[in-house]
Design a protein around this ligand. Structure first.
Ligand SMILES: Nc1ncnc2c1ncn2[C@@H]1O[C@H](COP(=O)(O)OP(=O)(O)OP(=O)(O)O)[C@@H](O)[C@H]1O
Ligand SMILES: [Mg+2]
Length: 337
């Protein structure tokens, strides 16, 4: 069952300068993103810093207004709502409850002046989950146990906890309202390696128990591979490749994906020979993105057309999409043969 569909999503941030703060340009954080989320499935999002991963997550949870494109939400009764339009109050409340987000840095995502109880109670009270406050407090205790902490911690403040514990608290808060989709934006990148795997296992356990969907954002390919059923590779606000995890790792089609994989030291021997793509330098600026395929300035396989036309995504295998002229040519040739 589908939960969310994102189509041709764009998000541009204005750049303002001068005394009157005129808009003098745009940061094109998302240029054309398509994404589908099915119930119970984990979609990993990878790509270098600045490619728009967080902007995508934040636009889905309505922290940002999209510039163009649509985000449709499929509610449990099978009704479909475009959340980028004005929504009836009730639908908006359901959506806000059903889609929750856990942020990268647990050191600033929890209000230091609030007790853990109040932090976790906030969404519970907003969505009026319980009429009786005592019952709600018991529920908070249960949530703390579920994320591997103690109910007594409810009386304490965030500064009394380690990064890993704080991230558990943030997860308890996010799952308190039983979301259908949890967006995790680099939830472990601020944590020690040993703590990272505990948080990943916790998320996997919770998912197994509740059948919620996850969007898992990370630039750590290892982590994304272990977490995800499907992976989306982003570059400069575009989706360059999208495939079931095993297919992406066995047969990465896009030169950029191949380069990303060859850049992981332990995977290097396996992927190096694929395309001999080395990722050098930085991605271009999203203020002035290159014309055509955004990866062409760094791509050793570029064709004449690459600096003029953005390639359409083609299906190189079932459910495996890749937006690359070279790959599209190969696929067409194979289909003809
Ligand atoms: N609120 C904002 N205002 C202006 N520009 C922004 C804003 N948020 C993000 N950007 C810009 O949009 C682009 C995409 O940023 P985003 O944070 O989505 O990337 P990311 O893939 O999450 O990167 P990272 O891996 O470093 O977290 C960047 O160039 C960033 O500077
Ligand atoms: Mg980010």
């Amino acid at each position: 069952m589908k939960i969310l569909a994102v189509r041709n999503l764009k998000k541009y941030f204005p750049i303002r300068s001068g005394v009157f703060l005129q808009v003098t340009g745009w940061v094109r954080a998302l240029q054309a993103v398509d994404l589908d989320i099915e119930q119970g499935v984990t979609v990993g999002i990878v790509g270098e810093s600045g490619c728009g991963k967080s902007t995508l997550g934040r636009t889905i949870v309505k922290i940002y207004e999209p510039t163009a494109g649509s985000i449709t939400y499929h509610d449990p009764d099978g009704h479909v709502h475009d959340i980028t339009r004005g929504l009836p109050r009730k639908v908006r409340a359901t959506f806000r409850r059903d889609v929750q987000m856990v942020f990268q840095n647990p050191y600033d995502s929890l209000d230091p002046r609030m007790t853990i109880r109040d932090i976790i109670r906030e969404p519970i009270d907003t969505h009026r989950l319980f009429a009786d406050s005592k019952v709600a407090d018991e529920y908070v205790g249960g949530l703390l146990t579920k994320v591997g902490l103690y109910p007594e911690y409810a009386r304490r403040y965030p500064h009394e906890f380690s990064g890993g514990q704080r991230q558990r608290i943030a997860i308890a808060r996010a799952i308190s309202v039983k979301p259908r989709l949890l967006i995790c934006d680099e939830p472990t990148s601020a944590l020690d390696v040993s703590v990272q795997s505990q948080i990943i296992n916790l998320l996997k356990d919770l998912q197994r128990e509740t059948n919620m969907s996850l969007i898992f954002i990370s630039h750590n390919l290892d982590v994304v591979y272990h977490m995800s059923d499907r992976i989306i590779v982003m570059y400069l606000g575009h989706v360059l490749e999208s495939a079931p995890s095993h297919a992406l790792f066995d047969r990465p089609a896009h030169p950029y994906t191949q380069a990303l994989m060859a850049a992981v030291p332990s995977w290097n021997p396996r992927y190096r020979k694929l395309g001999e793509v080395k990722l050098e330098g930085e991605p271009p600026s999203p203020i002035n993105p290159p014309p055509g395929c955004p990866f062409h300035p760094r791509c050793p396989h570029r064709l004449d057309v690459c600096d003029r036309v953005m390639p359409e995504a083609v299906e190189v295998a079932p459910a495996h999409l890749c937006a690359c002229h070279l790959v599209a040519d190969d696929t067409a040739r194979k289909a003809k043969a």
